[in-house]
Design a protein around this ligand. Structure first.
Ligand code: BG6
Length: 478
């Protein structure tokens, strides 16, 4: 879908996110021919520098994060679309210059890639200086609050100057190709949906495992922990896409209405249904407490929980979620384990296994459905489980491997004015309302997180969370 001409202003343009994701993502869209010729990307930050210095910095970022082999003509042409304005979010300097740089009659988007404490100041100055109007769009990043109260306050701050349909709250998981594929798999096929409920689904597992630790961002992380950092947002979104009812149309509010209903139907999580862990030191790195620079920290770098959804479709089918740092492999996947057939006509002993649909989000995006078939040979009716395995890269060739990065897609959606893959304010608040009691019960207690070895699958207690229900986690592997 073509993109209208735009001016995109990035506040916090010298920060990590702009260098790693936003500008490289825009460059990839430029190379793909999707950026209108006159479009402008205007970096804004406190550093005093000119356009050329900013361009040089962004050239470095592109070569570092996309790769050193770039077509020089293309790269230079892209960099010419970049401008820079020195602005102090809390001061008065730079705003007139920014206004002068922006063109009338094109889409105006403002990316707030700054600490949330600056959202209010920037929004106010954009309005006061007549830079933003009722057509402008703003993009905000997580952490969007640290609990319900702060999230509400942030929503209220933004609402003073912008309406809900101007606000694009990014959860980059929604920009991942395979996450969107969840909706395609469910709602563009007849095969799965009739079975997609508590009558046929035994349980669901959602795993987001990472091998990295928190070294380098210990200060932020130690104030958050896995629940705030991953569960309240990314994992919640995955859960919603699996659990929601079919929206009547693939339309922003129709999709978000259905997600909101799921979040509202989540049962409170009891303490025995949650396991927190902290990685200890290993041969190739320090433990969490050192990485966080806080020897007394009780913040979790791993969490596993059993979540129940109290509605007609899902009552009785638990969703087990787990995420953590410094685990065995980097992998994100969703496993739907179906129930066993009600009656077996074969004398196959205990070889029968339930069907499983594994949706692999990263790396090696794909789907795998296990089915029972007859073991070949004359030895009678013996059954064996085999995979119907589909790697998107194999099935789709180059298109399957060259997936756009989440940020590329999301930024282009902002320009197109499509909010489907962005969180609505009420959805985000509902997610905090569910997470708050889980966090405060922990913070007011004195229990310590369970230690786990780096390179493992997390603490033993997380395995027991499923064993107790006669289930087991799918092994974490790349
Ligand atoms: C971020 C979290 O939102 O998501 C990080 O703050 C985490 O802690 C990251 O590492 C994971 O994203 P991805 O795209 O690498 O799975």
């Amino acid at each position: 879908i073509p993109v209208e001409d735009f001016d995109l202003v990035i506040f916090g343009a010298t920060g990590d996110l702009a260098r790693r994701k936003i500008v490289p993502g825009l460059y990839r869209r430029f190379v793909a021919g999707q950026m209108p010729e006159q479009a402008q990307i205007i970096g804004a930050a406190r550093t005093q520098q000119d356009d050329d210095a900013f361009r040089a910095e962004m050239r470095g970022a592109i070569l570092e994060f996309i790769g050193p082999d770039q077509d020089e003509a293309q790269l230079s042409a892209f960099l010419q679309r970049l401008y820079y304005v020195a602005i102090d979010a809390r001061g008065t300097g730079g705003w007139a210059e920014l206004k002068a740089r922006m063109r009338p009659g094109v889409v105006h988007a403002f990316y707030f890639s700054v600490a949330p404490s600056l959202f209010g100041d920037i929004a106010e100055r954009l309005a006061e200086n007549g830079i933003a109007d009722s057509e402008s769009r703003i993009v905000v990043e997580k952490p969007f609050g640290r609990d319900l109260a702060t999230a509400r306050a942030l929503n209220a701050t933004l609402a003073r100057h912008f309406t809900e349909n101007q606000i694009y709250r990014i959860d980059h998981y929604l920009g991942k190709e395979t996450v969107q594929n969840l909706m395609a798999v469910r709602f563009a096929n007849i095969l799965f949906e009739p079975l997609w409920n508590a009558q046929y689904v035994d349980h669901v597992q959602i795993t987001v495992a990472e091998t990295v630790g928190v070294g380098g961002r210990g200060e932020y992380y130690d104030n958050s922990g896995a629940i705030r950092d991953m569960v309240q947002n990314h994992m919640m979104q995955l859960l919603c896409l699996i659990a929601m009812e079919p929206p009547y149309h693939f339309d922003p509010n129709a999709v978000r209405d259905e997600k909101l209903k799921v979040i509202r139907a989540l049962e409170p999580v009891s303490v025995e249904d949650i396991v927190r862990g902290q990685y200890v030191a290993g041969p190739d790195g320090p433990g969490y407490l050192d990485d966080a620079g806080n020897p007394a920290s009780r913040t979790e770098s791993f969490v596993a929980l059993k979540v129940q959804i109290a509605n007609w479709r899902w009552t009785g089918t638990p969703f087990y979620l787990r995420t953590g740092k410094r685990l065995r492999a980097r992998t994100s996947e969703i496993v739907i384990t179906f129930k066993e057939p009600p009656h077996s006509i074969f004398d196959d002993g205990d070889t029968h296994k339930a069907n499983q649909l594994v949706i692999k989000l990263q790396p090696n995006e794909g789907m795998n459905l296990t089915v029972m078939i007859k073991e070949p040979g004359p030895g009678g009716m013996r059954l064996v489980q085999v995979p119907l395995d589909m790697s998107f890269a194999d099935a789709l060739g180059a298109e399957g491997t060259d997936m756009p990065d989440a940020y590329e897609r999301l930024i282009m959606d902002v320009i197109r004015g499509n909010q489907t893959l962005f969180m609505r304010g009420d959805e985000l608040e509902a997610a905090w309302a569910w997470t708050d009691p889980i966090i405060s019960a922990w913070e007011t207690g004195s229990k310590r997180p369970e230690p786990y070895d780096p390179g493992s699958s997390g603490p033993e207690e997380a395995l027991r969370l499923l064993h107790r229900d006669n289930r087991r986690w799918r092994e974490i592997r790349a």
